[in-house]
Write a protein that binds this ligand. Structure first.
Ligand SMILES: Cc1cc2nc3c(=O)[nH]c(=O)nc-3n(C[C@H](O)[C@H](O)[C@H](O)COP(=O)(O)OP(=O)(O)OC[C@H]3O[C@@H](n4cnc5c(N)ncnc54)[C@H](O)[C@@H]3O)c2cc1C
Length: 581
């Protein structure tokens, strides 16, 4: 049995940062990732990472307290304030660490790290590397991972790329490993570990209109959910205001941060007409801008693309000029040229809100500990909770690095206090057998009428149509019934072929089970929460209701679907107030 003191599941920013932190504390680490680490969704992050460096003249007075306040207000007061304070206090040192490791941040004229404005701050706080910040950061952290891997004074760090984790090994209420499938051979293997860190990213692909990579299925959330860890605040899904019409590829908030305007079909900067965005305009938080764009479209002041692409508004960056667009937004320009045939230097970009980020996730404390001992979570898969009901742009990259590091450190501490044998126990054999039976069962199933692809498409379509920016009881109930029906139909689905090597259709079936359970938790949570807060807007309950709903949703897995409990929000520093920008 392959054995590592610490197993990290996921090779994105959170996973690699966790692995590094654990390895620096002399733990032997294994990283399992279903794609090569550099293909993780982190690589696609565009606009930047927040830290109150105060490098921009307009942000010279910035400090971590202001960053904390903006984050809590942005979260519509659902974030846990101690967690937010931990993150914003650590932000500057986290960004400087990346700088010292060689991250090629964009620079001011004096050579400091450049900052641009992002929503919810009011001045420039977001550090960036042009519009490819995730690429720069992920490569930086990956280089460090490889460096330590090769450094003689460090203990082992082994990367297993293209291994899909399917189950946890739990013994005596402690997590002691995972069962995973090597994609190229289809071989199942049980891995032993003193501790496991889940860093499997978001679950955006439960929606059809998402900016997320195809790999973000939510399977990594489902595996610990099945083992008893609660999913927290799953009804809060972020819809990004500006994704490319019909394709839903992201156009970074940095485009507005650099000065881009949003225009309706009358050529008006319509955000001025809404009380919640009249001052901050394009720099209001994402939940507010996405809603006001959707209102314009629904009220007939958008543009109509016809067909299935839906309505849209325009994002105009032409006035920034060719030079600035090429220097700061070259990635966006290329995406626009390639996917919408528009050159932002000469034409406005057609944009519409699209699904972007999973605010909820595996419940854990500020030490990234879940309810199962020895099991940690960090990054988008986790809900610490620093984003509450709405994440500010630029705070997720920060979350991955700050809490990735904490998870690695905590897990290393935990294994140092254990007597580890590295030998498989009965729980390992049992877990492997269970997964083997499941996979063998799937591969020997008779071909049914249904395909995994059809079920996946129906799930993603209903989530987009009925669990989007505006929600209401009737449509949520319909979505709930649809997902329930799909979970039934899933029982008869078989992979398109029964080989073992690189069987992507087997992978799709295995992951679809996770996606469906995650989607069910989202819809059921949204149906239960009878108020409007952050990204969760109920037409039938349009007000925030702090008396009854200033609380976290906890979904627990059961065979008949999610069962709910609620927990307190940790307030303490900032009192809930009305959100206007
Ligand atoms: C297009 C786009 C742009 C963005 N821009 C920004 C930005 O500018 N600023 C910002 O703050 N945030 C941004 N975000 C959000 C941010 O990039 C992500 O939240 C963050 O990078 C997630 O990092 P992660 O390490 O948690 O997960 P990921 O980077 O998604 O990595 C997940 C890892 O888990 C592995 N994995 C998943 N499931 C399994 C499994 N079952 N078995 C084995 N391995 C598994 C995958 O292989 C992968 O390595 C953006 C997001 C998108 C989609």
């Amino acid at each position: 049995m392959p054995y590592h003191e610490i197993l990290v599941i996921g090779g994105g920013l959170a996973g690699l940062r966790a692995a590094l932190a654990a390895n620096q504390r002399n733990a032997r680490v294994g990283i399992l990732s279903k794609v090569h680490p550099l293909r993780s969704h982190s690589v696609a992050a565009q606009g930047g990472i927040n830290a109150s460096l105060g490098n921009h003249p307009r942000g010279g007075h910035d400090n971590w307290e202001k960053h904390a306040y903006d984050t809590v207000k942005g979260s519509d007061f659902l974030a846990d304030q101690d967690a937010v304070i931990m993150m914003t206090r650590a932000a500057a040192s986290c960004v400087y660490e990346m700088e010292h490791w060689g991250c090629p941040f964009s620079r001011t004229e004096e050579g400091k790290i450049s900052q641009r404005p992002f929503g919810g701050a009011g001045f420039p706080r977001t550090c960036y590397a042009a519009d490819t910040t995730g690429h720069a950061l992920l490569n930086t952290v990956y280089e460090q991972t490889i460096r330590f891997k090769q450094a003689a004074e460090r203990k082992d760090l082994v990367i297993y790329p293209e291994w899909l984790v399917l189950s946890l090994v739990i013994e005596d209420d402690r997590c002691k490993g995972v069962v995973a499938m090597e994609m190229k051979s289809g071989r199942l293997e049980v891995f032993g570990a003193g501790a496991v860190i889940i860093a499997t990213g978001g679950s955006g692909r439960i929606y059809a209109n998402t900016t997320n990579a195809l790999i973000n299925t939510g399977m990594g959330m489902a595996v610990p959910y099945w083992a008893g860890v609660a999913l927290k605040d799953m009804e809060f899904e972020q819809f990004h205001p500006t994704t490319i019409l019909g394709k839903n590829i992201l156009v970074t908030e940095g485009a507005r941060g650099e000065g881009g305007y949003l225009l309706n079909n009358k050529g008006e900067r319509f955000l001025a007409n809404y009380p919640d965005s009249e001052k901050a305009m394009e720099m209001a938080p994402r939940d507010i801008v996405a809603r006001n764009i959707t209102r314009e479209i629904l009220d007939g002041r958008g543009f109509d693309a016809g067909g299935s692409s839906g309505g849209y508004v325009q994002l105009d960056v032409r006035h920034l000029g060719r030079e600035k667009i090429l220097a700061r937004l070259h990635g966006i320009r290329n995406i626009c040229l390639e996917f919408s045939g528009v050159d932002p230097i000469t034409d406005p970009i057609p944009v519409q809100p699209g699904h972007h980020y999973t605010m909820g996730g595996l419940e854990c404390n500020t030490g990234c500990e879940t309810s199962i001992r020895g099991l940690y979570a960090a990054g988008e898969v986790a809900c610490v909770s620093v984003h509450g009901a709405n994440r500010l742009g630029g705070n997720s990259l920060l979350d991955t690095l700050v809490f990735g590091k904490i998870a690695g450190g905590k897990a290393a501490e935990y294994v140092q206090g254990q007597r580890l044998t590295g030998k498989p126990g009965k729980a390992h054999d049992d877990a492997l057998k269970r997964v083997q039976q499941k996979v063998d069962g799937l591969l020997s199933r008779e071909d049914g009428k249904d395909t995994a692809a059809a079920i996946k498409t129906e799930m993603a379509d209903v989530m987009t149509a009925k669990v989007g920016v505006f929600r209401e009881k009737r449509r949520l109930t319909e979505a709930f019934e649809t997902i329930k029906g799909l979970r039934e139909r899933f029982r008869n689905v078989s992979p398109a072929h029964n080989g073992r090597r690189w069987n992507l259709s087997l992978q799709m079936v295995l992951e679809l089970e996770g996606s469906l359970d995650v989607a069910e938790a989202v819809v059921a949570g949204a149906l239960a929460r009878e108020e409007s807060r952050g990204s969760h807007f109920r037409n039938d309950f349009p007000r925030r209701d702090d008396d009854n709903w200033l609380k976290h949703t906890l979904a627990f897995h059961s065979k008949d679907g999610a069962k709910f409990q609620y927990s307190e929000v940790r307030l303490g520093t900032f009192e809930p107030e009305e959100r206007r920008y």
